[in-house]
Design a protein around this ligand. Structure first.
Ligand code: NAP
Length: 321
């Protein structure tokens, strides 16, 4: 049995490990002392005097001694889902609540849809609060993220799902419609990631899931602004995954095809029929299917820095023009 005498939580990635961890000194009952590494997932929960076991662990940089404290309770994990009053965001909020996360349902304003999402989570035995966020406003995002951290103590998962569309051929698209879509869909996701990252770093890890779109990969007529915002999210994902991996934070994008939501049901029937004709499995994707993928991404710690299509085979069959 080893007792933690002192420790330091290092937030700066240290070469050659390129990862963040705590370093401590532990002592056994005979007064023998060891310098040990402690997993960053214990950040914020380490205390001198804690007891635990020491294991020899191997890495490509050599072996090291790892201290695993005993009796450290798992905190109730918190997931913030933007644009989750309705549609895919609401399905994701429900799925994560069922998986045991305390969910922050957030949207521009608290309305009937937000109330319905909260009620569904409650009926499923989950726990959720509502926090209003306008993702396009840095001030709104920073204020809301601070509120979440004060109320719930931590932020483990951010899902960037808020979006708008302002469809038109580029020749006829107003500058305002271009700017608005980029500002909500792309800058909004960056605002939220930037605001939650310091909390995740202090906790020793987290997951950011950006809801991109297949349109960001293959394009779509009338959606240059939306497609550019969704392609931008993929670049944001790749770069941020590289920046945040040393802190134990994973960043992943998922790219759905046409999902059964109000956005899709507003698409003219002829365009939808044409789309269905081109994909191997001719149906719409259900919001719950997207939500299940998000839950898998959140739980599977090997998934990082990738864009995962969920598109019934659209990308293998659709011509780009
Ligand atoms: P949705 O029904 O339009 O929901 C988006 C939500 O975002 C709405 O509740 C909306 O609020 C909110 N929102 C808009 N502007 C906001 C802002 N500035 N700050 C905070 N929230 C804001 O969308 P969805 O169809 O469920 O799509 C969810 C995500 O999946 C989006 O990122 C979308 O691009 C992506 N996606 C969807 C499909 C699809 O077929 N539906 C396909 C691929 C990808 P209001 O309603 O009050 O405006």
């Amino acid at each position: 049995m080893w007792r933690l005498i002192t420790y330091t939580e290092q937030y700066t990635p240290i070469t050659p490990y390129k990862s963040t961890y705590a370093i401590g000194i532990v002592e056994d009952e005979n007064g023998n002392r060891l310098v040990v590494r402690i997993d960053s997932k214990y950040f914020g929960r380490l205390r001198t005097g804690m007891v635990g076991s020491v294991y020899e662990e191997w890495s490509i940089f050599g072996s090291f001694k790892k201290f695993v404290p005993e009796g450290v309770e798992e905190p109730a994990k918190v997931a913030l889902v933007t644009g989750s009053a309705r549609g895919i965001g609401a399905a994701i909020a429900l799925e994560l609540a069922k998986a045991g996360y305390t969910v922050v349902v957030s949207d521009l304003t608290y309305d009937e849809s937000a109330e319905k999402t909260l009620q569904e989570i409650k009926a499923a035995g989950g726990s959720a609060i509502f926090v209003a966020i306008d993702v396009s406003s840095r001030e709104s995002v920073e204020r809301a993220v601070k509120e979440v951290a004060e109320k719930l103590g931590r932020i483990d998962v951010l899902v960037n799902s808020a979006e708008i569309t302002r469809d038109a051929y580029l020749q006829r698209m107003s500058a305002e419609d271009w700017d608005a879509v980029i500002k909500v869909n792309l800058t909004g996701a960056s605002n939220c990631a930037k605001a939650v990252a310091p909390y995740m770093i202090r906790q020793g890890g987290g997951v950011i899931v950006n809801i991109s779109s297949i349109v960001g990969m293959v394009g779509n007529v009338g959606q240059t602004n939306y497609a550019a915002s969704k392609a931008g999210l993929i670049g944001l994902t790749y770069s941020l995954a590289k920046e945040l991996a040393p802190y134990g934070i994973r960043v992943v994008a998922i790219a759905p095809g046409f999902v059964r939501t109000r956005m899709t049901l507003a698409v003219p029937k002829s365009i939808l029929r044409d789309y269905l004709r081109r994909i191997p499995i001719a149906r719409l994707i259900e919001p719950t299917e997207v939500a299940k993928l998000v839950k898998h991404v959140v739980e599977n710690e090997a998934i990082n820095g990738v864009v995962i299509p969920i598109d019934l085979g659209l990308t293998i069959s659709s011509p780009k023009a």
